[in-house]
Ligand binder design. Structure first.
Ligand code: GLU
Length: 441
């Protein structure tokens, strides 16, 4: 049975990069009828905030990425302490007392000598008396996991065969001097105890994975299947990390992006399959294959999600948006024709209020100097509202007859005068929605 998890730290709003991780884990679980866990990685009591936990849940719900259960690391601290004890007993855990400045100095020295900046394990040589002395001077040390200096290998679901030389990696700190349990051990204990079978996360975690594999093995757990997706970049290939703050999921929701448009895009971006707009989650699950993703950085342009949103809306039935249309104040009799026409003509639902205001109040007309007379004459010929489906055809035929204008020279000035816009919906369908004509003198 497949079990996956999405494990955000509640230290900020989740963004498009997190969505990619969440979605892949969600789709893998759903595809196999497995379990999708939302795991809140909140072992950092200072940076974790409850408002972000709530926001993460809201964002996932908005997207329809429903989880089967929630786990919180802050409620499992005894499990991590227990694992730490076991590592201590098997001599895979040691206390080290270097200050950050000392560590930095060591790293610089190593780099100067052309060596990789790997922790030199000086703490292993400390006697009990040394440690007592250091503890008295500096307080509790950090706890490092003693890596086994072998190659660590796994077959990555995206990157393929990976082999990392453990000597090139520092023994990871699992517990801080102040006792705070760090992500690496908490994650390993959870993945093992929760029966996580597949872990998809960003390629910035590859080195973590190497050390986690050894910790899992030391603790007697079963190593899950790992897949590391590439990181997103901006449209020009620039690092997205600084801009991720502006790509929070709640901002995209606020901007009118439709969940299915966003999910359709993110389920395929960076894979060898084309992006296709999916109608629902079932289609998305069906068309997903983690093996199709590549390791190269994935370019993401938020602008691409708007055409997909527009296309999605074109297929949305009236019943789905009925309440939203009513809320705009569109009378019941006009609500369905309003939607059926406008859905062809909007990028997001945010465009609707302006169109309804235009129908209700009329537009500020745009009339070019050379069209003044023509428009005046045409307006004389326009019957009073309410208009019907035949109004536009009859009216423009009569205006054509009277003025001799035709084609664009006939239609565009009339559209501009009636709607104040160059582009817009089909006028024959639009006229019955117009309550007044603003341009009428
Ligand atoms: N809390 C970690 C992060 O957000 C989870 C990484 C993982 O999936 O293991 O980076």
């Amino acid at each position: 049975m497949t079990t996956t998890r999405f494990a955000p730290s509640p230290t900020g709003y989740i963004h498009i990069g997190n969505l990619r991780t969440a979605l892949m884990n969600y789709l893998i679980a759903r595809k196999s009828g497995g379990t999708f866990i939302l795991r809140i990685d909140d072992t950092d009591p200072v940076r974790s905030e409850e408002k972000y936990v709530d926001a993460i849940k809201q964002d996932l719900e908005w997207l329809g990425l429903h989880w089967d259960r929630v786990e919180r690391q802050s409620q499992r601290l005894d499990r991590y302490a227990d694992a730490a004890d076991r590592l201590r007993k098997m001599d895979r855990f040691y206390e080290a007392f270097e200050t950050p400045v000392e560590l930095d100095l060591k790293r610089k020295k190593q780099l100067n000598m052309g060596k990789p900046p790997v922790y030199d394990r000086a703490a292993l040589a400390l006697s009990d008396a040394d440690k007592d002395k250091l503890r008295a001077e500096r307080g509790q040390g950090v706890w490092r996991f003693l890596l086994d200096h072998q190659r660590i290998e796994w077959n990555d679901g995206i990157l393929g065969d990976i082999s990392i030389d453990a000597t090139s990696v520092s023994d990871p700190v699992l517990i801080r001097g102040d006792g705070q349990v760090l992500y690496t051990i908490a994650s390993v204990v959870d993945d093992t105890e929760m029966g996580v079978t597949n872990v998809v996360r960003g390629s910035d975690h590859v080195t973590n994975t190497a050390t986690q594999i050894q910790i899992i093995e030391a603790l007697g757990g079963k190593v899950p299947a790992f897949a590391h997706h590439s990181l997103l970049t901006g449209p020009q290939g620039e690092a997205l990390s600084k801009r991720l703050g502006t790509l929070a999921l709640r901002d995209l929701r606020e901007a009118g992006v439709q969940p299915m448009a966003l999910l359709s895009m993110m389920a395929r971006l960076g894979s060898s399959d084309p992006i296709e707009l999916r109608a629902d989650m079932a289609e998305l699950i069906d068309g997903f294959d983690i093996g199709r993703f590549g390791s190269a950085p994935t370019k993401f342009d938020v602008e691409d999600v708007y055409p997909l949103t527009a296309r999605y809306l074109q297929g949305v039935e009236f019943a789905v948006v009925k309440d939203e249309i009513s809320a705009l104040g569109v009378p019941d009799a006009l609500a369905e024709p309003f939607w059926t026409l406008m859905r062809q003509n909007i990028t997001t639902m945010k465009d609707l209020p302006d169109w309804w205001a235009l129908c209700r109040d009329g537009a500020e007309p745009i009339i070019a100097d050379e069209d003044k007379e023509f428009i005046a004459q045409a307006m004389e010929m326009l019957p009073d509202a309410p208009f019907d489906a035949a109004t536009w055809g009859n009216w423009t035929a009569a205006v054509k007859e009277a003025t001799g204008r035709k084609g664009r020279g006939l239609f565009m000035p009339l559209r501009l005068a009636l709607t104040g816009q160059k582009h817009g919906p089909d006028m024959a369908g639009f006229m019955p929605l117009m309550q007044v004509v603003g341009g009428r003198s």
